[in-house]
Design a binder for this molecule. Sequence first.
Ligand code: PNS
Length: 161
Amino acid sequence: MKIAVCPGSFDPVTFGHVDIMTRAAKLFDKVIVLVSINPSKNTSFTAEERVAMIKEVTKDIDNIEVDIFEGLLADYLKMSGACAIVKGLRAVSDFEYEFQMALANKRLYADAETVFLTTSAENMYLSSSVVKQIASFEGDISHFVPPSILETIRNRLIKGV
Ligand code: PNS
Protein backbone atom coordinates (compact mmCIF):
# COMPACT_ATOMS: atom_id res chain seq x y z
CA MET A 1 0.00 0.00 0.00
CA LYS A 2 1.41 3.40 -1.00
CA ILE A 3 0.93 5.85 1.85
CA ALA A 4 1.64 9.58 1.61
CA VAL A 5 1.83 12.15 4.36
CA CYS A 6 0.54 15.65 3.74
CA PRO A 7 2.04 17.72 6.58
CA GLY A 8 1.34 21.27 7.65
CA SER A 9 0.14 23.63 10.32
CA PHE A 10 -3.31 24.03 8.74
CA ASP A 11 -4.07 27.04 10.95
CA PRO A 12 -6.67 27.02 9.48
CA VAL A 13 -7.12 24.62 6.55
CA THR A 14 -7.94 26.47 3.30
CA PHE A 15 -9.29 25.60 -0.15
CA GLY A 16 -5.64 25.45 -1.25
CA HIS A 17 -4.88 22.66 1.23
CA VAL A 18 -8.07 20.78 0.38
CA ASP A 19 -7.14 20.91 -3.30
CA ILE A 20 -3.72 19.34 -2.61
CA MET A 21 -5.15 16.68 -0.22
CA THR A 22 -7.87 15.72 -2.70
CA ARG A 23 -5.42 15.36 -5.57
CA ALA A 24 -2.95 13.42 -3.40
CA ALA A 25 -5.73 11.01 -2.46
CA LYS A 26 -6.10 10.15 -6.15
CA LEU A 27 -2.39 9.36 -6.47
CA PHE A 28 -1.85 7.29 -3.30
CA ASP A 29 -3.73 4.43 -1.63
CA LYS A 30 -3.84 6.33 1.62
CA VAL A 31 -3.08 9.94 2.56
CA ILE A 32 -2.40 10.95 6.14
CA VAL A 33 -2.97 14.65 6.65
CA LEU A 34 -0.56 15.41 9.47
CA VAL A 35 -1.16 18.35 11.75
CA SER A 36 2.28 19.25 12.94
CA ILE A 37 2.72 20.65 16.43
CA ASN A 38 5.39 23.30 16.73
CA PRO A 39 5.54 24.51 20.37
CA SER A 40 7.39 27.68 19.34
CA LYS A 41 4.63 28.71 16.94
CA ASN A 42 1.56 30.56 18.18
CA THR A 43 -1.50 29.15 16.47
CA SER A 44 -5.06 30.49 16.33
CA PHE A 45 -6.53 26.99 16.63
CA THR A 46 -5.46 24.10 18.84
CA ALA A 47 -4.15 20.99 17.11
CA GLU A 48 -7.39 19.18 17.99
CA GLU A 49 -9.47 21.99 16.47
CA ARG A 50 -7.37 21.89 13.31
CA VAL A 51 -7.81 18.10 13.10
CA ALA A 52 -11.59 18.45 13.53
CA MET A 53 -11.79 21.02 10.72
CA ILE A 54 -9.69 18.86 8.37
CA LYS A 55 -11.83 15.80 9.17
CA GLU A 56 -14.95 17.80 8.40
CA VAL A 57 -13.74 19.03 5.01
CA THR A 58 -12.32 15.64 3.92
CA LYS A 59 -15.10 13.46 5.29
CA ASP A 60 -16.21 12.35 1.81
CA ILE A 61 -12.75 11.11 0.83
CA ASP A 62 -12.41 7.53 2.07
CA ASN A 63 -8.64 7.21 1.86
CA ILE A 64 -7.76 10.33 3.87
CA GLU A 65 -6.89 10.04 7.55
CA VAL A 66 -5.91 12.86 9.89
CA ASP A 67 -3.29 12.66 12.61
CA ILE A 68 -1.31 14.94 14.94
CA PHE A 69 2.43 14.75 15.46
CA GLU A 70 5.06 16.59 17.42
CA GLY A 71 8.54 15.78 16.22
CA LEU A 72 10.45 15.20 13.03
CA LEU A 73 8.48 14.46 9.92
CA ALA A 74 11.13 11.92 8.90
CA ASP A 75 10.42 9.96 12.10
CA TYR A 76 6.68 10.01 11.43
CA LEU A 77 7.30 8.66 7.93
CA LYS A 78 9.35 5.79 9.30
CA MET A 79 6.75 5.03 11.96
CA SER A 80 3.75 5.13 9.62
CA GLY A 81 5.33 3.28 6.70
CA ALA A 82 4.63 6.20 4.38
CA CYS A 83 6.74 6.45 1.24
CA ALA A 84 6.13 10.08 0.35
CA ILE A 85 5.58 13.60 1.62
CA VAL A 86 3.14 15.58 -0.50
CA LYS A 87 3.44 19.37 -0.56
CA GLY A 88 1.75 22.02 -2.62
CA LEU A 89 3.96 24.50 -4.46
CA ARG A 90 2.43 27.88 -5.08
CA ALA A 91 5.22 29.92 -6.55
CA VAL A 92 8.96 30.16 -6.99
CA SER A 93 9.07 31.83 -3.57
CA ASP A 94 7.94 28.54 -1.97
CA PHE A 95 10.55 26.54 -3.77
CA GLU A 96 13.73 27.36 -1.90
CA TYR A 97 12.30 26.54 1.52
CA GLU A 98 10.51 23.42 0.28
CA PHE A 99 13.60 22.20 -1.54
CA GLN A 100 15.65 22.62 1.64
CA MET A 101 13.09 20.67 3.68
CA ALA A 102 12.86 17.92 1.06
CA LEU A 103 16.66 17.47 1.11
CA ALA A 104 16.83 17.54 4.91
CA ASN A 105 14.05 14.97 5.20
CA LYS A 106 15.80 12.72 2.68
CA ARG A 107 19.03 12.98 4.61
CA LEU A 108 17.23 12.04 7.83
CA TYR A 109 15.36 9.17 6.16
CA ALA A 110 16.60 7.96 2.78
CA ASP A 111 13.19 6.57 1.79
CA ALA A 112 11.48 9.94 2.24
CA GLU A 113 10.49 11.12 -1.21
CA THR A 114 8.90 14.55 -1.47
CA VAL A 115 6.27 14.95 -4.17
CA PHE A 116 5.32 18.51 -5.14
CA LEU A 117 1.94 19.22 -6.61
CA THR A 118 1.51 22.54 -8.35
CA THR A 119 -1.23 24.55 -6.75
CA SER A 120 -4.32 25.18 -8.84
CA ALA A 121 -4.17 28.63 -10.42
CA GLU A 122 -7.05 30.00 -8.36
CA ASN A 123 -5.20 29.17 -5.13
CA MET A 124 -1.84 30.67 -6.10
CA TYR A 125 -2.02 33.48 -3.56
CA LEU A 126 -3.83 31.59 -0.83
CA SER A 127 -2.36 30.77 2.57
CA SER A 128 -3.56 30.44 6.16
CA SER A 129 -1.80 33.75 6.92
CA VAL A 130 -3.76 35.53 4.18
CA VAL A 131 -7.00 34.13 5.63
CA LYS A 132 -6.02 35.28 9.13
CA GLN A 133 -5.05 38.73 7.94
CA ILE A 134 -8.30 39.25 6.01
CA ALA A 135 -10.34 37.96 8.95
CA SER A 136 -8.52 40.25 11.35
CA PHE A 137 -9.97 43.19 9.38
CA GLU A 138 -13.35 41.47 9.30
CA GLY A 139 -13.02 40.86 5.55
CA ASP A 140 -14.89 38.18 3.64
CA ILE A 141 -13.02 34.86 3.90
CA SER A 142 -15.76 32.76 2.28
CA HIS A 143 -13.73 32.48 -0.93
CA PHE A 144 -10.82 30.93 0.91
CA VAL A 145 -12.16 28.31 3.33
CA PRO A 146 -14.77 25.58 2.89
CA PRO A 147 -18.35 26.58 3.85
CA SER A 148 -18.69 23.81 6.46
CA ILE A 149 -15.95 25.34 8.63
CA LEU A 150 -16.48 29.00 7.76
CA GLU A 151 -18.44 29.83 10.89
CA THR A 152 -15.94 28.11 13.20
CA ILE A 153 -13.11 30.09 11.61
CA ARG A 154 -15.02 33.37 11.66
CA ASN A 155 -15.94 32.88 15.31
CA ARG A 156 -12.33 32.45 16.32
CA LEU A 157 -10.61 34.92 14.02
CA ILE A 158 -13.20 37.69 14.03
CA LYS A 159 -15.13 37.27 17.27
CA GLY A 160 -12.34 35.61 19.26
CA VAL A 161 -14.55 32.80 20.57
O1 PNS B 1 2.11 24.63 7.04
P1 PNS B 1 3.57 24.83 7.39
O2 PNS B 1 3.69 25.57 8.71
O3 PNS B 1 4.35 25.46 6.28
O4 PNS B 1 4.16 23.36 7.62
C1 PNS B 1 5.52 23.17 7.92
C2 PNS B 1 5.78 21.71 8.32
C3 PNS B 1 4.87 21.31 9.43
C4 PNS B 1 5.53 20.83 7.11
C5 PNS B 1 7.25 21.62 8.73
O5 PNS B 1 7.53 22.60 9.68
C6 PNS B 1 7.62 20.25 9.29
O6 PNS B 1 7.80 19.32 8.55
N1 PNS B 1 7.70 20.16 10.63
C7 PNS B 1 8.04 18.94 11.33
C8 PNS B 1 9.41 19.06 11.98
C9 PNS B 1 10.49 18.64 11.01
O7 PNS B 1 10.55 17.53 10.56
N2 PNS B 1 11.37 19.62 10.67
C10 PNS B 1 12.48 19.39 9.82
C11 PNS B 1 12.11 19.44 8.37
S1 PNS B 1 13.52 19.94 7.51
